[in-house]
Ligand binder design. Structure first.
Ligand SMILES: Nc1ncnc2c1ncn2[C@@H]1O[C@H](COP(=O)(O)OP(=O)(O)OP(=O)(O)O)[C@@H](O)[C@H]1O
Ligand SMILES: [Mg+2]
Length: 505
C-alpha cells in the first residue's frame, strides 16, 4: 500500500533522485564497495564474466555449500558453478571477498538487433573498502590467470564450427562448439619420423615464442598447408597438432561465409591458442586464379562465388557482396589476422597445384607439409598401432617383402589401416594380406590402371619431392620457391592428364 502510495504521489524523477541520495548516504557509511561484472557488456560478451565463472568453478567445488553441477553433452568433466542468486566467500592473500551470482529475468521490451538471452546474469563482488587496492591491483588478475589455467588443464578442448552460417546465437557467438575428442596424436601418425619431429619442434617453438614474435615485430601466428592425396592423414594431422598443443580448433566452413565482413567477424570471435582450419581449400572457394574467366578450371562446384580481384570486395551477379581471395588473404595475413594471438592457420588441399601462389607464400603458409603415400617407416607405425608390433617383432621375410613393394604400391595410410583393422585378430594374416594388397597395387600401377595425379610424380620423382619437402621444412622460404615451381609444373601435367582422360572416354 505504502509503495503504491509513494508511486502515485511522487513523480518518477523525484523517486530516482531520492534513491540516488539514499544510496550515496548508504555508501558513505558502508564499509564495502561493490563491483558488477555482467555477462553481456553492451553487445559483446564480457570475457571477465567467463573468467570469473571458470575461476569460481574451481574454487566453489572446495568451499561452496550449494552448487549447480553441469556436464555438457559429450564432455568428460563435471563443472561446478555458483547457483543462481547464491554467494560464496573467497579468501585471497588473507583478505575475504564475497561473490554473488545475480540472475534476473530480462524485461521483454528490451530492444536489440539480435536475440538476447532470457535472463540477465552477472557476478557482484563485494570488497571491504580498505582492501580495494589489493583487489583491483592483483586479485582480478589472479582470477583471470587461474581461469586460463583451469581452461587449459581441465576443460575439454572445443571444436568450433560456423555451420550456422552468419547468424549469431543469443550470446553473440557466430561459432557453435562441441568437445573435441579426436584421438589422433603424433605418436599414432604414420609418416616419416624425421618429418614428424620437425613439425613438432616447429609447433613447440611457436607456442613458446611469445617474446620472439614480440621482439621481431611479427604477429604471433603461423600457417601450415597440408597437401596430398585423400586418406594420407591431413585431417588426422590437424587433430594431432591440436592434441599436441592443447589448442581449440575452429573448423571454418568457407561455403557458409557470404561476405568478407562475415569472415572478419568470425575471426574476431576466435580465441587465442587455437587452430583455424580451412579444409579442402581448393573446393571451398575459387582460389585457382585471380584472373577473371578461369572458373572452368575448378574441380568442385561451389555455387555463388565469383572470381576474385586482388585488393577489393567483389559484388556478385546478384549485386551481393561476396567473399574473395583477398578477403581470405586479409583473414590470414592482414591487420585483422592479429586481433588475437597465438593462432595457427591450417589449410588442407588435395590439389596444391590449383592454389594461387599468393596463398602459398611464406608468412601466409609458413610451412608446406606433404602428406604422402605409405613408406616403410609409416607401415611400421601402422603395424604398431593396429597389431602391437614393436621393432623387430616382424619376421625377416615379411619385412623384406614389405620393403620391396611399399614405395611402388602408392598405398595411402587410410587404405593400409583398413587392411590391418579388418584382419587385426590374426596378426600374421594381417601382415600377409597387407603384403598381398601392396603387391596387387604395384602390379596395377605398372599396368597403368591406377593413375593418381594428386602428387603428379612417379615413384622416382616422389622421392625427389620428399627430399624437397624436407628442405622446405628446414627453410620454409626455400620450400615456397620449390612449391611454386611444382605448381607451374603441376598445371601442365594436370592439363596433359585431363586430355588423356578425355581421350580414354
Ligand atoms: N598418416 C596417417 N597416420 C595414421 N593414420 C592415418 C594416416 N593417414 C590416414 N590415416 C587413417 O585414415 C583415416 C583417414 O585419414 P584422414 O581423414 O586424416 O585423411 P585426409 O588426408 O584428411 O583425407 P581427405 O583428403 O579425404 O580429407 C583416418 O581416420 C586415419 O585413421
Ligand atoms: Mg581430411
Amino acid at each position: 500500500f505504502c509503495q503504491s502510495l509513494l508511486h502515485s504521489i511522487f513523480p518518477p524523477e523525484l523517486r530516482f533522485a531520492f534513491l540516488k541520495i539514499f544510496y550515496r548516504i548508504f555508501n558513505c557509511f558502508s564499509v564495502y564497495c561493490y563491483y558488477d561484472i555482467t555477462e553481456i557488456d553492451g553487445v559483446n560478451t564480457n570475457e571477465l564474466y567467463n573468467a570469473v565463472q571458470l575461476y569460481l568453478s574451481s574454487t566453489a567445488s572446495n568451499i561452496g555449500n550449494r552448487l549447480s553441477l553441469t556436464r555438457g553433452l559429450n564432455s568428460s568433466a563435471i563443472t561446478f558453478a555458483l547457483s543462481n542468486n547464491d554467494h560464496l566467500v573467497d579468501v585471497y592473500d588473507g583478505v575475504a571477498v564475497l561473490w554473488e551470482h545475480v540472475v534476473m529475468q530480462r524485461q521483454s521490451q528490451t530492444f536489440s538487433w539480435r536475440p538476447l538471452p532470457e535472463d540477465k546474469r552477472g557476478f557482484t563482488l563485494r570488497v571491504n573498502k580498505k582492501d580495494k587496492s589489493l583487489i583491483l591491483g592483483s586479485y582480478l588478475d589472479f582470477v583471470v590467470e587461474t581461469a586460463n589455467e583451469v581452461r587449459r588443464k581441465n576443460q575439454d578442448r572445443l571444436l568450433y564450427t560456423n555451420s550456422r552460417g552468419g547468424s549469431l546465437d543469443s550470446r553473440g557467438h557466430p561459432w557453435e562448439s562441441v568437445p573435441f575428442k579426436h584421438p589422433s596424436t603424433f605418436e599414432t601418425m604414420a609418416m616419416d619420423p624425421q618429418k614428424k619431429l620437425q613439425i613438432m619442434a616447429d609447433l613447440r617453438d611457436f607456442a613458446d615464442g611469445q617474446s620472439f614474435y614480440q621482439r621481431t615485430g611479427r604477429a604471433w601466428k603461423r600457417g601450415y598447408l597440408l597437401y596430398g592425396p585423400p586418406g594420407t592423414g591431413k585431417s588426422s594431422m590437424i587433430a594431432a597438432m591440436a592434441n599436441f598443443l592443447r589448442y581449440d580448433i575452429y573448423d571454418l566452413e568457407l561455403t557458409e561465409v557470404h561476405t568478407n565482413g562475415e569472415l572478419r567477424k568470425l575471426l574476431m570471435k576466435t580465441s587465442s591458442k587455437s587452430i583455424i582450419v580451412i579444409e579442402d581449400i581448393d573446393c571451398s572457394i575459387n582460389l585457382g586464379n585471380r584472373k577473371k574467366g578461369n572458373a572452368s578450371s575448378q574441380s568442385c562446384d561451389i555455387g555463388p562465388y565469383p572470381l576474385d580481384f586482388p585488393g577489393g570486395l567483389n559484388v556478385g551477379d546478384e549485386g551481393r557482396n561476396v567473399i574473395t581471395l583477398s578477403g581470405l588473404l586479409n583473414f590470414t595475413d592482414g591487420l585483422w589476422s592479429c586481433c588475437g594471438s597465438e593462432r595457427i592457420f591450417v589449410f588442407t588441399t588435395n590439389h596444391i597445384e590449383k592454389l594461387d601462389p599468393a596463398l602459398l607464400r611464406s608468412g601466409r603458409m609458413d610451412m608446406h607439409i606433404c602428406m604422402s603415400y605409405c613408406e616403410l617407416s609409416s607401415i611400421k607405425i601402422l603395424l604398431k598401432n593396429y597389431l602391437g608390433f614393436e621393432d623387430g617383432d616382424l619376421d625377416e621375410g615379411a619385412f623384406k617383402e614389405l620393403e620391396k613393394v611399399v614405395k611402388k604400391a602408392k598405398m595411402t595410410p587410410a587404405d593400409a589401416s583398413e587392411v590391418l583393422i579388418k584382419n587385426r585378430r590374426d596378426k600374421e594374416k594381417a601382415v600377409r594380406e597387407l603384403v598381398e594388397e601392396l603387391k596387387r597395387r604395384v602390379e596395377r600401377n605398372r599396368n597403368g590402371g591406377f593413375k593418381e595425379r594428386d602428387l603428379l610424380v612417379g615413384v622416382q620423382e616422389q622421392e625427389e619431392e620428399q627430399e624437397q619437402e624436407k628442405r622446405a621444412l628446414e627453410s620454409p622460404k626455400e620450400g615456397c620457391h620449390e612449391l611454386e615451381w611444382n605448381f607451374k609444373k603441376g598445371e601442365e601435367e594436370v592439363e596433359k592428364e585431363d586430355q588423356e582422360k578425355v581421350k580414354m572416354r
